[in-house]
Design a protein. Structure first.
Length: 188
């Protein structure tokens, strides 16, 4: 009977070299951390736009408050995401390469997003108790942050999928045509 699932090789750390704050070979920390701020900022933007359109009402207020909690959650995870990304950039991006220039642009966009999000949070907290919908300035800040974080994420994806930046294979390829599961510790 053929195997239908391969679970353990994808989650095992045995045989993977630990690289400190960067994570493990083949299991870096930065990519999964990025999902939280990216998702939070895009969702917050959607909630704020809907709240602004909905106007002063219970639904408008609830969407504004939900966006506030979501954007703060993304901002809480953002520093660790930035630190792990910076360490990847510092330790593994060769200078004077297209990958380095792309990583520089990715980093510049994401730092801009972080600054916008900090301003967004400060402005929205001033209106948190009184606003019946998302104020116009907050909606604009959220929409810009949501759009820019999506753009920055596309450059991060380009680094991985186009340049194979920080992709460490433990054997000849990402995919082996075999019924046998291959673990990092199986490869010499």
């Amino acid at each position: 009977m053929p195997k239908l699932f391969s679970i353990k090789p994808g989650i095992t750390l045995k045989g993977r070299k630990f690289k400190g704050i960067r994570g493990f070979a083949g299991k870096p920390f930065h990519p999964p951390l990025t999902d939280i701020p990216i998702g939070a900022y895009v969702i917050a933007a959607a909630f704020d736009i809907l709240s602004f359109i909905w106007g002063d009402s219970t639904v408008g207020r609830d969407l504004f408050r939900a966006a506030t909690y979501v954007i703060i959650a993304g901002a809480i995870v953002s520093p660790l995401t930035a630190i792990t990304g910076f360490w990847d950039w510092l330790k593994s991006t060769p200078k004077r390469t297209q990958a380095r220039r792309t990583a520089n642009w990715h980093m510049a966009i994401m730092l801009t997003v972080t600054a916008i999000v900090i301003v967004d949070i400060l402005v929205r907290l001033g209106d948190f108790d009184t606003a019946l919908s998302t104020p116009g300035l907050v909606m604009v800040l959220s929409a810009v942050a949501g759009g820019l974080v999506a753009l920055g994420a596309s450059y991060g994806g380009e680094l991985v999928f186009d340049y194979e930046f920080n992709v460490e294979q433990n054997y000849g390829g990402v995919w082996e045509e075999t019924e046998t599961d291959i673990y990092p510790s199986d490869v010499s």
